[in-house]
Design a protein around this ligand. Structure first.
Ligand SMILES: Cc1ncc(C[n+]2csc(CCOP(=O)(O)OP(=O)(O)O)c2C)c(N)n1
Length: 360
């Protein structure tokens, strides 16, 4: 098993591709077919476009505060590629590429960041929870979901994501402790992007790796190069298989980097060095997959340009769609809490309508 060969206590990190897209571990190359690999690349390119456009829209006052994903595309995409349609994806707020792969309409994401709750309204059958901003709070929920699926013998797996900062929350500990105890079918991915706002990874914990935290909860953890989509995919594929076979949870630490600001309200230049960013720019997950595909003859400059052009067009299309989506009304504030609206609330609704109509 991969996981036995990459002991996080020895600080070993799983990698298939180096930063130039060269295969460093040929026996681990999953040899995915051209269709899947080009789809993966297209997903990463589209995620990057949607992400960069979101920052521009925020600066123009057309979208609210937004957490950039740039640099973390492979970390969320690889695990999403390893789960099936009936498996759950529980995200935090920086998992755009994985969500696109799972089938979430990115227009909903724009709506969400534009402050329209319809952005959290997903089609039935799409096994994805809405964004979770309270750090770490999605993890006990993910364990409950996996536990329920185990009791019902559904055979499904729950893939969840959190950041390195989330590993310091009580929720993280409670979730992983329960998952280990009940051997739930969970795959926990930590996107260790080296920063929790301005708090560096070194100040987060004295543990040399985050993956080794699994050891204390009685299950396995593995540290993976989070900018290597193939490494993320094979690690998650093994973890998903174990979960499905009833062999319990796995913790995957995706070693990656947040290339942008924490959110559009942040200025990372105030607390981190430009050199650090420059170093990580050379490990860009998109550049790496592109080089791998080109080396394999699965992609050429012409095809690459077409993918980028299509991604830009798709992004413009979803901007138009999101901006022309009906805005919520004051009436919506009163809906969705009670099946049968109580009298006190319906009186308030009536009053609100009068006020909106210019009544006093
Ligand atoms: C419970 C809670 N405390 C504080 C915050 C404010 N906050 C938002 S993101 C963040 C840092 C999260 O860091 P990390 O888990 O590493 O994820 P990243 O933002 O790097 O993706 C904090 C402290 C919050 N959203 N929820």
């Amino acid at each position: 098993m991969l996981i036995d060969d990459y002991d996080p206590l020895k600080k070993r990190m799983l990698q298939v591709l180096d930063q130039d897209g060269e295969v460093v571990a040929p026996s681990l190359d999953p040899h995915l077919d051209t269709d899947i690999l080009t789809r993966a690349y297209r997903t990463m390119v589209l995620a990057r476009q949607i992400d960069e456009k979101a920052v521009i829209l925020q600066r123009q006052g057309r979208l609210g505060a937004y957490p950039p994903n740039k640099g973390q595309e492979a970390a969320s995409l690889g695990p999403a590629m390893a789960i099936g349609k009936d498996d759950w994806l529980v995200w935090a707020f920086r998992e755009l590429a994985g969500l696109l792969w799972k089938g979430l309409d990115p227009m909903r994401l724009y709506l969400y960041w534009m402050g329209n709750e319809e952005g959290s309204h997903y089609p039935p059958g799409l096994k994805v929870l809405p964004a979770v901003i309270p750090v770490g709070s999605q993890l006990p929920i993910a364990v409950g979901m996996a536990y329920a699926s185990m009791i019902r013998r559904e055979g499904t797996v729950t893939l969840s994501y959190c950041g390195d900062g989330a590993t310091s929350t009580g929720d993280f500990h409670e979730a992983l402790n329960s998952a280990g105890t009940f051997r739930t079918p969970n795959v926990f991915v930590i996107q260790n992007n080296q920063w929790a706002i301005s708090m560096p990874r070194q100040r987060q914990t004295a543990a040399p790796t985050l993956a080794q935290k699994a050891v204390a909860y009685g299950f396995q953890g593995i540290m993976v190069d989070g900018n290597d989509v193939l490494a993320m995919y094979i690690a998650a594929q093994e973890a998903v298989g174990r979960a499905r076979r009833g062999e319990g949870p796995t913790l995957i630490e995706a070693y990656t980097y947040r290339m942008g600001n924490h959110t559009t309200s942040d200025d990372a230049k105030k607390y981190r060095l430009e050199e650090e960013l420059k170093e990580w720019e050379m490990r860009d997950p998109l550049v790496r997959l592109k080089a791998y595909l080109m080396n394999k003859g699965m992609l050429d400059e012409g095809r690459e340009e077409a993918i980028l052009r299509e991604a830009k067009e798709e992004t413009e299309r979803i901007v138009v769609e999101a901006e022309s989506f009906p805005r919520p009304t004051t009436d919506d504030v009163f809906k969705h809490t009670y099946a049968q609206m109580p009298r006190t609330l319906s009186e308030q609704l009536e009053r609100s309508r009068q006020l909106e109509g210019g009544g006093r």
